[in-house]
Design a protein around this ligand. Sequence first.
Ligand code: UDX
Length: 485
Amino acid sequence: MAAAHVLVFPFPIQGHINCMLHFATALVGAGIHVTFLHTDHNLRRLGGRSSSAARSPLLRFLSVPDGLPDDHPRSASDLPGLYKSLAGGATGPYRALLAPLPPLATGGPSSSSRAADAGADPTGGFPLVTCLVADGLLPWAFDVAEELGVPAIAFRTASAGSFLAFLSVPRLFELGELPFPIGGDLDEPVRGVPGMESFLRRRDLPSACRRPKDSDDDVNPALRPLAKLSADNGKARALVLNTTASLERSALAHIAPHMRDVFAVGPLHAMSPAAAAASSSLLREDDGCMAWLDAQADRSVVYASFGSLAVITHEQYTEFYSGLVAAGYPFLWVLRPDMVMASQDASLQGTAAAAAGDGKARVVAWAPQRDVLRHRAVGCFLTHAGWNSTLEAVVEGVPMVCWPVSADQQINSRFVGAVWRNGLDMKDVCERAVVERTVREAMESDEIRRSAEALAQQVKRDVAAGGSSATELDRLVGFIRELNA
Ligand code: UDX
């Protein structure tokens, strides 16, 4: 049997790169060669910053063009643009990586792919690719792989719950639960997502299920394509999810009949010390906030971050800011330079920190989030409930206050507030008094803290040797090796 060599190909945005890099390091830990595929643009941004813990003779980083000009702003709000251009820009070089020829031979389409550590040997001594694990958002990557005889596995970076909601979209239409009626109550229960009948409301469905604003359309034009992408992942040899049975047992059971096989191997960042240390931040982390946290009392600080993509209005910024100040705890707030709409004003950060009072707040453009959540001073996490952020908080047992912005975050936050009860869900409300009250409750509630701690213990058992996710990862490694037998 030739050595297994997996090409791991994430959609090139932060939340997807992070968990697929953790996945790559987990495969490397199992002795499998991995090529991790960035875009040229992202690999340039990462520069030498790929953490040494992610480096191994079995792991290499290559890149393909994303189809956009070098000086394109690649704004977080233009994901559809990136989605389209990537297929155009990357397909040729990507095909060359998979073709049964030395992947980086000079000349031909592969010449635009480059190794992060380009050395004399263009293949880096790596065997031919025997398996593709690609982001489930990249159907063309699957088609090319299977056409070239390389078996393809789909990886979804969001929760099983949100994936199941997308799989359930045809049923929601059949049942008349979609489209939502004009002016209908978003608190109405939803019956069409199996296993979630007792707690899911319209407002908890992925945001693409809502009626589009400022349009006569009943249905968001992205909804059916997103649902089809999820259904089409069923054609792949298997589906890998960054989740665990103890968090999402029911959703996993309902997904299984739609897929050829399903592997729940998360939370991947908690799988191994190497995965925990692997950093792939496209923005530079401001480590200075760790020293600031060191000077704070245990569980006294509110950590606030809305992930890598969310954009908020200036009014929303003011409500959060006022609510955080009124709650009265020290806070550490991640304000990305592109986060507050129509305000590329870096001084916003200084203003927010200064106005909170001497030393009471620290505002950074990007934080080492997993280290922050692990810090003893952090008492709760005000978050958009992106799936990575949710898992990172769950593993550390940090109570959450969720204010979901888009996509899968609506359903993740419902699980936090109504199923796991490790936090509170303030979706669709952005008022300073609610921010103040909710943050206070998350900081002070023994019940929430106990739930958060119990959940963390359970999830840590899942990723430890013999736990459900560790066992699933072993099964997946065997599955990948068998594909190649
Ligand atoms: C979005 C979705 O909501 C998510 O569910 C999906 O799978 C990917 O796209 P994003 O907005 O990036 O993701 O949020 P999240 O999934 O939480 O990922 C953000 C990542 O950036 C986390 O791993 C977090 O640790 C990291 N981060 C965030 C930092 O390292 N520093 C920061 O300051 C903020």
